[in-house]
Design a protein around this ligand. Sequence first.
Ligand code: PRP
Ligand code: URA
Length: 236
Amino acid sequence: MEPVATPGADPQFPMRGVAQPTRDEALALPGLHVSRHPIIAAKLTTLRDENTTPAEFYTLVRELGALLAYEATADLATEPAPIRTPLEPMVGQRLVGGVGVLPILRAGLGMAEGFRQALPEAQVWHLGLRRDERTLRPVQYYNQLARAANLQVCFVVDPMLATGGSGIDALDLLEAKGVRRLRYLALIAAPYGLVALRRAHPNTPIYVAAVDERLDERGYICPGLGDAGDRQFNTL
Ligand code: PRP
Ligand code: URA
């Protein structure tokens, strides 16, 4: 596998000349879960389509966020919960501790909304990061993180994992806050970002709907879907 170089050397094309791992190398990474669900694949295809309108795009991001949330929460811990049905007592199950979800603004907002359809009681924390187009490094502009009391796990959600800079910064921040169990969810990931995230956070499970081929010279995922924030919020 080629070493991952730091982007940012060329102000116009920061990824130009930067070696990128292949898709097969990324797919072999430990702790990476790539969805095989046909409904997710079909919705993702509509999402990518350039003819999909911003309103449809936002709806799809929410739906995909909910579907990925189901996949990524399938092994959460539960404990016995004694209740009474209208007919008789029984012992059901409830989640052990709370679940946090941290959308990376802006594009993560739709995914977090979907996540809340799956788990309405999730704590939602917000982190505003925007990529500097010249260096491709994330710049933080907003940070609203709650106390991590009694959280079983916190999910970072963002549709696009490109260079990995935003995802790594978000996970670093949660780790520094003492959140012990973290997971990362994206719709589309580039091999470059997956390798970088795996190196920075070797034990964080990563859930994605698809792994694409490469980053272009400006750091966009190809074939990708374009700019996830702009398409979601109609600011193209
Ligand atoms: C996009 C995307 C990720 C980031 C991914 O956000 O939503 O947060 O880029 O890139 P990276 O893996 O190279 O860090 P963007 O900066 O376009 O902001 P937006 O969500 O406000 O559109
Ligand atoms: N952010 C996006 O919205 N799309 C990409 O392809 C890369 C980063």
